[in-house]
Design a protein around this ligand. Structure first.
Ligand SMILES: C=C(O[C@@H]1C=C(C(=O)O)C=C[C@H]1O)C(=O)O
Length: 254
């Protein structure tokens, strides 16, 4: 949501943005799986070391701190993974009417995203071959991918805001009762979720194709398994987006 876009806020426009973000996630995934898991990156400090935490954590924190200085986290679409480590922005805040309720700032599921990413996603998508020592490049891919996943998942705040504005009378009683289950049921569109799963699998097949100058129609193995991408959305991306939607709605009347 760009500044001043409040008038264009609709479920269709938000869904269009989610569709475009699928491309970013799938391209970033294809980049990350060029490398093996590289577990050393996440587990231990690399010598010589005067840093605390893993090399990955160090790189990610420093990247966020730098990006924060140039205003990344002034955008309501961006949510930091290490909020305690940020410097103030040197760029002034643009004055525009906020789209989201102020409580949006307190909704951040990045700790969950990072845990799932390292412990479940990487083993699913990457080979367990030995470390290839491309630690800095691997971490750069991780950071891009994690930020894309986080942006998509936290877009749930905008989805929830639109659903609330469109059907306030339906949402209000469940918010007042702080009824998570009823909110989850109300905001879920199973048919949309089925389409998302099919579309991301198709995109993974198309984006992962080997492009050659040979016109023979021989099917080649793609760079990424489409079924895994569909599973990524089914098991993690959509449930976490809905978790963000529920968390936001629970605070919407604060
Ligand atoms: C994002 C939405 O809310 C829910 C979550 C979805 C998702 O994460 O893709 C899809 C449908 C809904 O169940 C939506 O309605 O578009």
């Amino acid at each position: 949501m760009a500044c001043g876009d409040d008038g264009k806020l609709s479920l269709d426009s938000i869904r269009d943005s989610l569709i475009r973000q699928e491309d970013t996630i799938i391209f970033n995934l294809i980049e990350r799986i060029k490398f093996p898991i590289n577990p050393t990156l996440y587990k231990q400090q690399l010598p010589p070391s005067n840093i605390s935490g893993s090399f990955f954590q160090y790189l990610f924190q420093e990247t966020e701190a730098l990006q924060s200085k140039v205003g990344r986290y002034l955008s309501p679409e961006e949510n930091p993974f290490f909020p305690d480590n940020l410097s103030d922005s040197i760029i002034p805040l643009t004055k525009c009417t906020p789209v989201l309720h102020p409580a949006a700032e307190s909704v951040n599921v990045n700790e969950k995203i990072l845990d799932i990413y390292i412990n479940q996603m990487l083993p699913l998508f990457c080979t367990e071959a030995d470390d290839d020592a491309n630690f800095a490049t691997t971490a750069a891919c991780d950071i891009q991918l994690l930020q894309a996943l986080s942006r998509r998942i936290h877009y749930g705040k905008f989805v929830a805001e639109v659903k609330f504005r469109d059907s306030t009378d339906e949402y209000k009683p469940f918010i007042l009762a702080q009824d998570r289950d009823a909110l989850m049921k109300l905001l879920t569109f199973e048919a949309v979720e089925e389409m998302v799963k099919k579309r991301v699998a198709k995109k993974a097949k198309v984006f992962g194709q080997e492009v050659t100058l040979n016109d023979s129609v021989e099917e080649m193995k793609g760079k990424i398994d489409p079924l895994l991408v569909s599973r990524l959305y089914d098991e993690w991306v959509m449930p976490l987006t809905k978790l963000v939607e529920v968390e936001y709605l629970l605070r919407r009347l604060d």
